[in-house]
Write a protein that binds this ligand. Sequence first.
Ligand SMILES: [Zn+2]
Ligand SMILES: [Zn+2]
Length: 637
Amino acid sequence: MENINIVLWDDQKMKIDSESTMYDVIKQSDPQLAKKALAVKVNGLKKDLYDKPEEGDKIEVITFDSREGKEIFFHSSSHVMAQAVQALFPDTKLAIGPAIDDGFYYDFDTEHTFTPEDFKAIEKKMKEVVRKDLPFRKKALKKEEAVNLFKQRGETYKLELLQEIPDDEINIYQQGDFIDLCRGPHIPSTRKIKAFKLLSVAGAYWRGNEKNRMLQRIYGISFDSTEKLEHYLKMLEEAKRRDHRKIGKDLDLYSFHEEGIGFPFFHPKGMIIRNLLEYFWREEHRKQGYQEVKTPIILNKSLWVQSGHWDHYKENMYFTKIDDQDFAVKPMNCPGGILVYKNRLHSYKEFPLRIAELGLVHRHELSGVLHGLFRVRSFTQDDAHIYMRPSQIKEEVQNLIDFEGFFYRTFGFDYHIELSTKPENAMGSEAVWDKATNSLRDALDDKGLDYKVNEGDGAFYGPKIDFHLKDCLGRSWQCGTIQLDFLMPDLFDLYYINPKGEKKRPVMLHRTILGSLERFIGILIEQFAGSLPTWIAPIQVRLLPIADRHITYGKKLEKILSEYNIRVELDENNEKIGAKIRNAEMQKIPYMLIFGDKEVSEDSVNVRKQGKGDMGSSTITQFISQLDREIQEKSLP
Ligand SMILES: [Zn+2]
Ligand SMILES: [Zn+2]
């Protein structure tokens, strides 16, 4: 037996015998960690715990707590689900079964049509597999052997996948009698999957292509503890209750139609939210010295060739022809904005020149990933391009960080910041990138802000700062971004006149705060479960007469409130007051004013707040002044 030298995750050196597995190594040095270990990363490559280290290997442990750990765990769970499905429905052919952000799925081809009623039986079978503590064993086969194996098992989809693997050695994984074509790695044994649940079933075309056969996709989630699963299911339930697609329908805010898949339709009440958001946005931008432009939605191909979109972004764009010339529907606002900049000469005295645009952009997304207002094919970016001298970067970025934070705090969001650095296929020189990255880093450090660094995650034209909002369910939404760009000013030959009268290249900065207006409205609806802050609620007050004879008084109140620019509705339905209150509550209207004989004779109203109940009697003047304060302060519910 010979000894080899390896390096552990904490940089400790270790001598082991060459027969040891990764698991042995971890157990020897940290038995507690070994219990949690799912796989390892060796010199950056993910491997199984059964694999053996080689001389000089640097070993890191992957546990469920990391993103990579979850991915391996979820993917292994998909194998277990497939094993259970094949045990119960032996004619089932396997397609693919990857991990996704939240769990896993497997695509099956079988005569049986899965319904959620089948889940219990499949889950029961999965439990048996888990209890058997079956190891996930990797085996390397010659390609020919692999082809024979999957032919024997009738796995036609696997055979198709095999044809595309250029290597002559193929990895398969086996647990019990279940075999799958797979690169791995996998968790050591089925026993690790302490808790799981199947969530839904949906149709999915083989390889996402509608010309192919429709398969059945079963989604599931799994965890390393029952508590985590319970917590997750509770959150899922809460997320369902807050689903902006459902609330949007219930409150008549927006809709989606077959005639324009991925293009949202805004209804009158949805437009009120949208317009108020835009109004607020414009007001605050004006205060910060922004000017606003609007550029066309359709522009000539030549512009998109010059901007690089034609080469780098074509598959996400829509095209059309005008007078036999090629045009594109804009996926971004920058090239149009740049034409406005170039329309006249600019002096350093105008800098930083802040040009904002609420620009409607169209981007092609696969129909399978569309999701309400969150993932659409057309949306309005709250864009701005800032032109400045290099010496102005730091201060401008710092102001922007405050400005973004102000918006998020207005809606009660917590947020965190991430800095993304140079990606592999970046354009521009190393020196330029260093300068740009350092100025962003400087701006953040100088403000004493905490931030996470994403190495290699910047845009191809420059590094960026991203803002991730955290909603009340702990979900994270990337909204704002600040991107430094030294490239487009070159591509479009932008310049300004410096104090010496010379032509100089400006630095360009792209930024959004809300990101997509449509998506941000969706986030707001879910954050507040439809009960928006009064200032942005489509209807702020509903008047509820106790009997028909009080409607005249209601009309008088309606007129007064409207004169104060309060969005008010009078409920004239012939219903009991209890039903009227219930309706208003369901419509998430912040205030209900109730009045009967007593209130009419006293010239008062009874105030009821949505979700809070009776607030007592008040005069209409008192009510208006208190409501007005709430609106001015943009108070949160
Ligand atoms: Zn696998
Ligand atoms: Zn831009």
